[in-house]
Write a protein that binds this ligand. Structure first.
Ligand code: GLN
Length: 581
């Protein structure tokens, strides 16, 4: 089976076009009102037309299509509640969660604890609202790069030399925890030089930038990563070349957590990585560690040269310092966990899937600045020019890419180019920024040649009224529920002062009229440009049931003079769950 088929099979089937919640434009409004709970709306959206139950699989596959996963810690209560209901059904139950049927109360109770995240997902409030559309393109880049067969796998230690050149994995995680993975994303690999920005981040977090940069510079070296060279102040050029990373290791042995034993210090760093990855896979490869130590002449030479030039903050045991550096390089991740680490960097140091503040935002800013200028060995300048994103590569073929405030990407493919960067990884980055305006200096306002998958492009009201009126005229009450769920103002009118209620009434859609009056609390008698109310429209087209329904609401409610003009004032006397919106 091809990768593509495999991934497709793993995905929950969701026919995007037919999925009714998908077809609305989810726009975001500051002022929200509601007289029906989000839980109820979701139930109505996903419930089976004539039955009073909802099939869990339908609801979940729509939820996963927003980029969330069933392993997301933020959804653990939902998943546990569903499993519990299923278990309670015992032997006679549906067999798997997908087929489980829930009534309204069961559904509401199941999603209650995670309703804020779930409602954000369905209201397209994540940073990449059209997530599947976006990941379709990522998938395309993946296959384009898979074809590449140039580059050489690192051969300085046998464990790396034995790696298959065919491994190729891509994972991404957004700052809202939307996930996508394709290819060899579960195979562990050693992080190697991708550990450098991470240990640098820990040092900044523990010591502050001022202390750290007393000992190490911020300039690209313009040389190979392990070159025997210091800057004109006799300091390592930056923390992302070997000399700088050896210095960071020396901090770990001296200035940082002095009281800790070496073994605890190793665990301290590893637990930082684990927290950055939201608790996902972080391991250690002892064979790689031993091999690194066996083949360490250059790193030893560097360390002695640095000691000669008094680079280290204090007298240190060089062997311990080098061991610590090799241990950091020999930690393992997979694309999936590395993408969450990258997303934590994209998110100012807060892990998107757990909300854990692992690093201070200022530490992360410093790390990203240097990744931008120094992360790609002596290709860093060209990478900053063509791709324009902070990134760090490792000799194992890993490439950690950060799109600040948007998402983190982990790429892994062992064959390297002459600078030591993953060939497929670099090509993927080029593809990415040629389609999307992610280059740091892409203009988001005026440039027209690239796509912007980010949320802000949805933050205009324009399209909304058209879609709302269209669904009212078409009698699509399901779509109207989605609009309501999205926080759309259901009282709004078009250029001719026609409201959704006018159109639903004129077309005789009694269920839409009922929904608007009953659940949305829209005023029953707004007047359009020609002086017509919805009831007038209903009578004109002989929809007497609709006219009667509207009349019953007119009898109930005091008639406002210009209700359509003043939706904000109206929202005050409406429902109580507005806070979620
Ligand atoms: N362990 C390797 C070294 O220090 C890491 C280098 C790298 O990934 N570029 O030589």
């Amino acid at each position: 089976m091809s990768d593509k088929e495999k991934m497709k099979n793993e995905k929950k089937p969701l026919n995007r076009q037919n999925s009714s919640w998908y077809n609305m434009s989810f726009l975001d409004y500051g002022e929200k009102d509601s007289s029906i709970s989000v839980e109820d709306l979701l139930y109505d959206i996903f419930k089976h037309n004539d039955a009073d139950h909802l099939v869990v699989g339908d609801f979940l596959s729509a939820l996963w299509s927003t980029g969330l996963r069933n392993t997301d810690p933020r959804l653990s209560e939902l998943m546990q509640n569903l499993q519990k209901i299923q278990q309670d059904l015992g032997r006679d139950g549906p067999g798997n969660l997908e087929n489980l049927k829930l009534n309204r109360d069961q559904f509401k109770a199941s999603i209650n604890e995670n309703i804020v995240l779930v409602s954000r997902a369905f209201r397209r409030q994540f940073v990449i609202p059209e997530f599947e559309e976006f990941t379709d393109k990522i998938e395309k880049f993946y296959y384009t790069c898979k074809e590449i067969d140039t580059g050489k796998v690192a051969a300085y230690i046998p464990q790396l030399e034995r790696m298959s050149p065919n491994y190729w994995g891509v994972s991404l995680c957004t700052i809202d925890g939307q996930r996508f993975s394709i290819g060899d994303v579960k195979i562990p690999f050693t992080i190697q030089s991708c550990s450098k920005p991470l240990t640098y981040a820990i040092a900044l977090n523990e010591l502050g930038s001022e202390v750290v940069h007393r000992y190490v510079g911020q300039e690209p070296s313009g040389r190979m990563f392990n070159e025997l060279i210091l800057d004109h102040n006799k300091r390592p050029h930056n923390p992302l070349v070997n000399a700088g990373a050896l210095l960071t290791s020396s901090f770990m042995l001296t200035l940082i957590r002095r009281e800790m034993a070496l073994s605890d210090k190793f665990e301290f760093v590893k637990s930082f990585l684990k927290r950055m990855s939201g608790g996902e896979f972080v391991g250690f490869n002892n064979a790689v560690f031993l091999s690194e130590r066996e083949n360490a002449d250059r790193n030893y030479a560097l360390a002695f040269y640095m000691r000669e030039n008094k680079c280290f903050p204090e007298k240190i045991n060089l062997r311990e310092c080098l061991d610590f550096y090799f241990q950091c390089c020999s930690m393992e991740v997979d694309c999936e966990s590395m993408s969450v680490i990258a997303a934590t960097l994209a998110n100012g140091g807060i892990c998107p899937t757990t909300g854990d503040q692992v690093l201070k935002p200022d530490s992360v800013r410093d790390v990203l600045s240097l990744m931008h200028s120094c992360g790609m060995y002596d290709y860093s300048g060209q990478f900053a020019f063509t791709v324009g994103l902070p990134a760090k590569s490792g000799v194992c073929g890993g490439l950690l890419v950060v799109i600040p405030n948007v998402l983190g990407i982990a790429l892994w493919s062992p064959p390297l180019d002459q600078s030591g960067n993953s060939v497929r990884g670099i090509e993927f980055c080029k593809e990415l920024v040629s389609m999307f305006n992610f280059h740091r200096y892409d203009n988001l306002k005026h440039a027209v040649n690239k796509q912007d998958p980010r949320r802000h492009k949805y933050e205009t009201k324009g399209l909304n009224i058209v879609s709302l009126l269209f669904s009212a005229a078409a009698g699509d009450v399901t779509a109207m529920r989605r609009y309501k769920l999205s926080g759309v103002d259901m009282t709004q009118s078009d250029y001719d002062n026609r409201t959704a209620l006018h159109l639903a009434a004129a077309e005789g859609h009694v269920d839409c009229v009922d929904f608007l009056l009953k659940y949305c609390g829209v005023p029953p008698n707004p007047v359009d440009r020609w002086g017509q109310t919805p009831k007038d429209e209903a009578l004109r087209f002989n929809h007497s049931a609709v006219a009667e329904l509207i009349q019953s609401y007119m009898d109930k409610k005091p008639i406002a003079e210009e209700p359509v003009e003043d939706p904000k004032a109206k929202s005050k006397d409406q429902g109580s769950i507005g806070s979620i919106f």
